[in-house]
Design a protein around this ligand. Structure first.
Ligand code: NDP
Length: 339
């Protein structure tokens, strides 16, 4: 059983491929005798997610526990059930949810997985569009932002797993949508593939405040926050009265030893801005409702999804650390096996 194992913690700074290593272990491909309500799965696709950065830190008390040194990482993935002692799962079922960064995993926390019912869509979508990232975009946009037709929406890290969906949901609702991303290729995707009204490369904007004023001369109604730091500061100064900010993530801060100061928070008072953080898992009860909305959109071609597929478990460490330099174009996943 090939595994991606954590070698050492990285409390600050960019994580490196060499902070993880590939190891082999043996595993019996059956749920062990006496293990009730467990499934033994073959992992097909693994999802690389920014929150995993926190689990590479040896910091207790975070909302996610640190990975264990010498043990395989874990995260969201798509897998096939090989053996089951759980009444809800049978051999051959497909699931998405928390699994190991390895070829085969014994899952005892079956509450953290969902059975895949719709298989007439690309299965990889359950690492993103039809999985955790999709639910994040859905809950963050519809539940947290209270969006209305015609509003001015800004999305940062807009070409990523979550951002590309937020932009498309906002367009479907009839909003004016601008996204930012870190390369020309990504900016082109935003405009030409995802249908954003406008997009810019934040790395080429020496003055973010001026850039936002150019794209939003009348201000921003909704900011879907993925990056934090300087971007958040510039946005706060450009929000409209009664604007809403969904604080989804702040990836620019995840490698920092010291968090950047936010200077413009005071604007939330006179502008009566509502800024709200959220954790996607608190919205998983809405998953059936989300599927009902999004599967027809996918089939009608109204929602599209760009994935960045790394090939083989050996490529997983590089794929994960690449999130923090913007190497990924679209949703980053790792193909462990196609069946
Ligand atoms: P992405 O697919 O967007 O990948 C990460 C991207 O972030 C990179 O490609 C890069 O894009 C950008 N980035 C990396 N470092 C920086 C930096 N220093 N400054 C600005 N941008 C940077 O990731 P996801 O869509 O999966 O996640 C997006 C955000 O949503 C993250 O902050 C994540 O933590 C958060 N999240 C929150 C959840 C919740 O429950 N609240 C659940 C899921 C995700 P670029 O080239 O454009 O810079």
């Amino acid at each position: 059983n090939k595994q991606v194992v954590l070698k050492n913690y990285v409390d600050a700074g960019l994580p490196k491929e060499s902070d993880m290593e590939i190891k082999e272990s043996t595993i019996h491909l059956k749920v062990p005798e006496g293990s009730k309500d467990a499934i033994l799965v073959k992992n097909l696709y693994l999802s690389c997610d920014p929150y995993m950065r926190n689990r590479l830190k040896n910091i207790q008390g975070s909302y996610v526990a640190p990975f264990q040194i010498g043990s395989p990482l874990s995260g969201y993935g798509v897998a096939k059930v090989l053996d089951s002692t759980h009444s809800r799962y049978a051999k051959g079922d497909l699931i998405w949810g928390i699994t190991g960064w390895e070829e085969y995993t014994l899952i005892t926390a079956v509450d953290a997985v969902f059975k895949i019912q719709n298989t007439d869509v690309p299965l990889t979508y359950y690492t993103g569009l039809l999985g955790m990232a999709g639910m994040t975009a859905y809950a963050g946009f519809y539940e947290i932002c209270s969006p209305k037709k015609g509003e001015y929406v800004y999305v940062s890290a807009a070409s990523g797993a979550v951002g590309q969906l937020v932009g498309q949901f906002a367009k479907l609702l009839g909003c004016y949508v601008v996204g930012s991303a870190g390369s020309k290729e990504k900016v082109d995707l935003l405009k030409n593939k995802f249908g954003f009204d406008a997009a810019f490369n934040y790395k080429e904007e020496p003055d973010l405040d001026a850039a936002l004023k150019r794209f939003f001369p009348e201000g921003i109604d909704i900011y879907f926050e993925n990056v934090g730091g300087k971007m958040l500061d510039a946005v706060l100064a450009n929000m409209r009265v009664h604007g809403r900010i969904a604080a989804c993530g702040m990836i620019s801060q995840y490698n920092n030893e010291q968090l950047d100061a936010v200077h413009n928070l005071i604007y939330i008072i006179p502008k009566a801005i509502r800024m709200q953080g959220f954790i996607v898992t608190h919205f998983y009860h809405l998953y059936p409702k989300y599927l009902e909305m999004v599967i027809p959109y996918i089939k009608e071609g109204k929602i599209t999804y760009v994935e960045d597929k790394a090939d083989g478990l050996e490529s997983a460490p590089a794929a994960l650390v690449g999130l923090f330099t913007g190497r990924n174009v679209g949703k980053q996943l790792v193909v462990v096996s196609h069946d």
